[in-house]
Design a protein around this ligand. Structure first.
Ligand code: PLP
Length: 394
């Protein structure tokens, strides 16, 4: 009697979750571990959103909804896209799902045939390759290094396209690098996609977390052609500190959206009803909490970036968005006697009591990812520990 299907045998479990689990285990044993692994804002969901959720339950909105989301939520998303991106969509071009993660999963399921190639820039968000593989697709990687600000060029993209290429994934601001594509860079990438006739999956989940004078541009804004071939994926998790509510959406081609909605009708029925009412308030209510959280992240970035840059053997770019730092620590690992950055990261956890995410999970094995979605005190203490540990072993 065989047990597991081939498709899950090939799955790589999320490295982010693995290290977080280990950190929790050490904490439970009494160790004073500081976690810099978090992929979520450390603020509570704003009060007005909590209240809207409560009101919806009291009003009896506790039943199934249409599979692709409540009409009122689709309208809120349409208004958001019109206001922020100056893009016009109809309700038939919007699908709301259970977080951006499951929206992406559903998208790859409806887009890919067996063997279709999807271009994924390195460093990547951990779930892209696995989701592509689960849909029968083949990830094709392009490496972006620190020298190019962890961004791919149009020439690199053009070189990676083959007859089997179906799509490219763009994630700006990026998890894990925090880098943001400029309008000009996106224009060049979109031109390659037009010439080679491929889809663009644009993951814009960190859109609201930008620092300094940087601007978010959606590739779909650039031309009618770019809009036609782009599926925007976004949601309320990071912008409104709503990771646990699980609301994300896709905006784009009507046929793709219909297929995603049909698939959801058999897999999820609908996104959680209460969460949808909360998300309507997130988009339509006051937005000051979004800015308050962004400001807090920026203050932390300003405080912590020079301290991380001063750790011996650490080289890093200053991120422009999201809430992660991605230092190249290959020299630090080597000078402190570790065979790999993975081992150095493991030692940071077991010996210095700081949990970081090794970059190998993002296709970038010389780096570690530090999240600054934690209090300034904890951040300062964690960075001091890493500094001291590295200096002592040097
Ligand atoms: N995309 C990126 C780049 C992310 O970092 C995340 C969450 O960590 C997601 C998508 C998924 O967000 P959610 O499913 O919470 O909406």
């Amino acid at each position: 009697m065989g047990k597991l299907a081939q498709r899950v045998k090939a799955l790589t479990p999320s490295s982010t979750l693995a290290i977080t689990a280990k950190a929790k285990e050490l904490k439970a044993q009494g160790a004073d571990v500081i976690g810099l692994g978090a992929g979520e804002p450390d603020f509570n969901t704003p009060d007005n959103i909590l209240q809207a959720a409560e009101r919806s339950m009291e009003a009896g909105h506790t039943k199934y909804t249409p599979s692709g989301g409540l009409p009122a939520l689709k309208k809120a998303v349409i208004n958001k896209l019109a206001q922020d991106q100056k893009l016009t969509y109809e309700a038939s071009e919007i699908m709301v799902g259970i977080g951006a993660k499951h929206v992406l999963y559903t998208l790859f399921q409806v887009l890919l045939n067996e063997g279709d190639e999807v271009i994924i820039p390195i460093p990547y968000w951990v779930s892209y390759p696995e989701q592509v593989k689960l849909a029968g697709g083949k990830p094709v990687y392009i490496t972006a290094t620190a020298d190019s600000d962890y961004k791919i060029s149009a020439a690199q993209l053009a070189n990676a396209v083959t007859d089997r290429t179906k799509a490219v994934i763009l994630n700006s601001p990026s998890n894990p690098s925090g880098m943001v594509y400029t309008k000009e860079e996106l224009k060049e990438l979109a031109e390659v996609c037009r010439e080679r006739d491929i889809w663009i999956v644009s993951d814009e989940i960190y859109e609201k977390l930008l620092y300094g004078a940087v601007e978010h541009v959606s590739v779909a804004e650039l031309s009618e052609d770019a809009k036609r071939r782009t599926i925007i994926v976004n949601g309320v998790s990071k912008s409104h500190s709503m990771t646990g509510w699980r609301i994300g959406y896709a905006a784009g081609d009507r046929e793709v959206i219909k297929a995603m909605t049909d698939l959801a009708s058999h897999s999820t029925s609908n996104p959680v009803t209460t969460s949808q009412y909360a998300a309507i308030e997130a988009y339509e209510g006051p937005q000051d909490a979004v800015e308050t959280m962004r400001t807090a992240f920026e203050e932390r970035l300003e405080a912590i970036y020079p301290k991380v840059a001063a750790i011996p053997g650490f080289r890093l770019l200053k991120p422009q968005g999201a809430f992660y730092l991605l230092p190249d620590v290959s020299e630090a690992a080597q000078k402190t006697g570790y065979e790999s950055v993975d081992e150095y990261a493991e030692a940071l956890l077991t010996e210095a009591n700081v949990a970081v995410i090794p970059g190998s999970g993002f296709g970038s094995p010389d780096t570690i990812r530090l999240s600054y979605a934690t209090s300034m005190d904890q951040l300062t203490e964690a960075v001091n520990r890493i500094h001291q540990f590295t200096e002592e072993k040097w």
